[in-house]
Each structure stands twice: as C-alpha cells, then as structure tokens.
Design a protein around this ligand. Structure first.
Ligand code: UDP
Ligand code: MG
Length: 341
C-alpha cells in the first residue's frame, strides 16, 4: 500500500490531479464531489491524485483518510513546500490516465464541468481549459490584479496565453507527455500548455468561492508568479533596456540643444537641481534595467544547478481494484490520445 507506485500509463481512463497546500477543511468534500463525477463518466477507471505540498496543517492526514475510503485516491506527499506549480507538476508526473483533469483543491473550479469538457475532447480537442467569465467570492483587489496580470502578459508574451484561465483543464495524454518532458524549473503550467499548441479550446465558467480556508496567493506570491510567467515566455523586458537607452539618448541630445541655446541667449543655466534630477533619473533607470537583467540571470543560474523539480517523501494508494483502460473511451478518441510517432 505504501511504497513504490508503478506508473503504467493508460491503466486508467482519467487522472484527476490536485495540488493541496493547507486545505484540511476541504479535502473530504473535494473527494466526494470529484468521485461522483468520475464514477458517472468512467465507473471505476479513474484515479484522484492529491499532492500534499508540504502543508503545515492536517491536510496529509485528511488525504490518507481519503485514500482509505477507497474512492480511487492516491496521496503524494512532497518532502516540503515546493509551490503550487511544482506540486501540480509532481502530480502530473504520477498520473497514469489517458485523460488528465487538473483541479484546485478549494473547489473554486467546479468538477461537475467534466462532462462538458469531455464532450469537447470527443469533438477533437486536445486541451479544454476553463475560462472564467465571473469570479465569485474574490475581492476587488484580487480581481483587479488578476486582470492586470493577464492583460500585461498578453502584451509581452509571444505565445498566445488565453486570459482569465487558471490550470483548470482537461487534456489528453499526448499533450501531457510533452508537458512532462519540458524540464524547466520556473513553471507556468498554463502557459506551457498553450505553447504546446495542438487543438485547444475554452470552456466558459463561473468561478466559485473557496469551499474552505483562504487563498495562498498573497500579493508577494502573485508578483513572483507573474515574474516567473513573464521571464519564462518572453525576453522582451531585456530588449526594453535598449529601447530606454535609445529614448534617453534622444532626450539627452534635445536637452543639450536646449542648454546650448539658453547659453547663447541668456548665459549659463543655473542649476544644482537640474543636475541632481538628471543623476537620479538616470541612476534609477540603470538600476531598474540591472534588476531586469538580474531576474533573468538569477533564473538561469538556478536552472543550471539541475536539481530535481520536486522531492516525493511517500506515495500512498490502495491496491488497484480495477484497471480498464478502454472504458468509456471510444476508438476514435483512443487513437488520438498518443502521438503516432
Ligand atoms: N497550492 C499549493 N502550494 C502552494 C500554494 C497553493 O499546492 O504553495 C495549491 C492550493 O492548495 C490550491 C491551488 O494551489 O489547490 C491554488 O491555490 P489558491 O486557491 O490559494 O489560489 P487562488 O485560487 O486564490 O489563486
Ligand atoms: Mg483557489
């Protein structure tokens, strides 16, 4: 029961992957609701992978309890807190399903949308992502910052990352195989999936309030997340330095012209203030650019260490009772699940 977990790809139809950090109040309800939709769609051919991301509350014991109830739950216990995106990555690496369904543990993304997403997969899509048309139970600040984030990302990033989407999505194994093969440490999973291409479509939905607990994305983490996202998909901020340099060179030439003109017309321009202002402006712009370079350089440095992305302390699951890979997946869909190559 506890120990090595052989990953036999395709031994279940669906894997549900859920990163959990301090979610003790919601695990039971999460498993109940998810199991109902999974059973309706795939009978017993599914697994629910709950990844405990170094929680400091009773999340892991809640997960163990859920495992023992016997509704297809696998508990993955990380060695420490690795952060949302790496916890999700750990779960994705453990998943065996032909289809993969990513959820948040707080039930903000309704699992009941699975049949709608499944329908679109059957229509020929490889990724169906939830797109929020409304967010319930989230403050003005959260909504405003999220909105600015997605709009700004849209401006600087070369890949087309759809706005107002989280990691809530259903995707096929062939897309996941490529995603799992991407080795980067600073992961912005939704962007990486967009980058992969294939056929993707949106499913509009209304985001529910949290079932229990509170958000783990305070402003500090949101900024770090935004920086990871921006730096891993764009080098435009680096080019920004050249543009600014050009702009200031132009401004400098104009200012010099003006100073020369003033000298001829009315003598020297008096000024400690103007000099101080110039030095401050130029100095701060140089520091800012240095900071942008630093963001990239630091990430490059960390990437070169090639440390494992996450460490798993233990994996807990009941022995497999049923493994029926073709269950409820029609031939056409099955054929599409893995690349021909
Ligand atoms: N999460 C995680 N590790 C962390 C922070 C968050 O695994 O360090 C999980 C969390 O349990 C939840 C998901 O990531 O399932 C999204 O987090 P949250 O709901 O706090 O973000 P929000 O919905 O407020 O953006
Ligand atoms: Mg949430």
């Amino acid at each position: 029961m506890v120990g090595e977990h052989a990953i036999e790809i395709g031994s279940v139809a669906l894997s549900v992957v859920v990163p959990c950090y301090n979610e003790e109040g919601g695990i039971e309800e999460l498993v109940r609701r998810v199991a109902v939709v999974c059973e309706a769609a795939f009978e017993t051919s599914y697994e629910i992978i709950l990844v405990n991301d170094g929680s400091t509350d009773a999340t892991w014991s809640q997960i163990m309890k859920a495992v023992n109830v016997g509704r297809g739950v696998t508990g993955v216990n990380l060695a420490r807190n690795h952060g949302h995106q790496l916890a999700l990555t750990a779960g994705l690496h453990q998943s065996r399903g032909e289809l993969i369904f990513i959820l948040d543990a707080d039930l903000q993304d309704p699992p009941e949308l699975l049949p709608d997403m499944l329908k679109r997969i059957r229509d020929g899509y490889d990724v169906v992502y939830g797109q929020r048309v409304a967010r319930h139970g989230e403050g003005v600040f959260k909504r405003a910052t999220a909105s600015i984030f997605y709009r700004l990302m849209g401006k600087i990033v070369e890949v087309d990352i759809p706005a107002d989407t989280g990691d809530f999505r259903l995707m096929t194994r062939r897309v996941l195989a490529h995603l799992n093969a991407m080795p980067e440490r600073y992961r912005f999973v939704r962007g990486m999936v967009s980058w992969l291409g294939y056929n993707q479509c949106a499913l509009p939905y209304e985001r529910d309030p949290r079932f229990a607990g509170s958000t783990h994305y305070p402003l500090r983490k949101m900024i770090a997340f935004a920086l990871d996202a921006a730096t891993s998909f764009s080098v435009l901020p680096l080019r920004f330095a050249s543009y600014l340099g050009l702009l200031f060179a132009l401004a400098g030439v104009l200012a010099l012209g003006w100073v020369g003109y003033a000298y001829v017309v009315s003598g020297t321009v008096a000024g400690w203030t103007s000099l101080a202002a110039l030095i401050l402006v130029l100095g701060s712009i140089q520091l800012l650019i240095l900071g942008v370079f630093g963001e990239y350089l630091g990430r490059m440095y960390m990437e070169t260490k090639r440390r494992p992305l996450f460490l798993i302390k233990e994996i807990v699951a009941l022995p497999v009772q049923s493994a029926n890979p073709v269950h409820n997946l029609d031939q056409g869909l099955r054929a599409r699940l893995s690349d021909v190559a």
